[in-house]
Design a protein around this ligand. Sequence first.
Ligand code: ADP
Length: 190
Amino acid sequence: MKKLFLIIGAPGSGKTTDAELIAKRNPDTIVHYSTGDLLRAEVASGSELGKKIKSYIDNGNLVPLEIVINTIKSAIEKADKNIILIDGFPRSVEQMIALNEMLKTSKDIDLVAVIEVEVSEEIARDRVLGRARGADDNVEVFNNRMKVFLGPINDIEKFYSKQKKVNKINGERTVEEIVDEMEKIIKEKI
Ligand code: ADP
């Protein structure tokens, strides 16, 4: 049975960096996928699908449900380790419901926990504007990404709280402190 951990948080919360470091510390057991990175890889491939995805990313809007679900499904399928970390998913109630349906019908994947990395909007903004990773790292698009993040977050928290799966961690510390805590949470649950 593969064990799935979802890492969520605002743009600039550091969720991708944190999850990536945990996978690097545990190369034999943990694999990590960033939803944003997977989508950007499709854009970089130059495919027609990538062109469509780019228009959403550049404006800070959610990529359509079907594309995201297919991306997540193939990541889970290709995972060659038993512990899978996926960051940046789910980002909407419909994504959450779709995942839930997928988990119901799958016998070999278990959602263990949802880890939310919390940062203030101000810190998130400073980090994103400071790193300028792509066309979506400017203040207007950041503001939209933040709005898109905040819209469903309470519903997502409520849904997973009922399943006792939510773990919130303070993302306003050093990367090492955050990664240590996240790694501890993961290891306690496997
Ligand atoms: P950040 O969390 O800093 O915004 P990401 O790399 O996670 O950065 O996401 C960048 C963009 O990729 C998002 O603004 C969105 O367009 C797209 N994206 C990432 N994850 C999802 C998702 N789960 N559903 C839809 N679109 C997504």
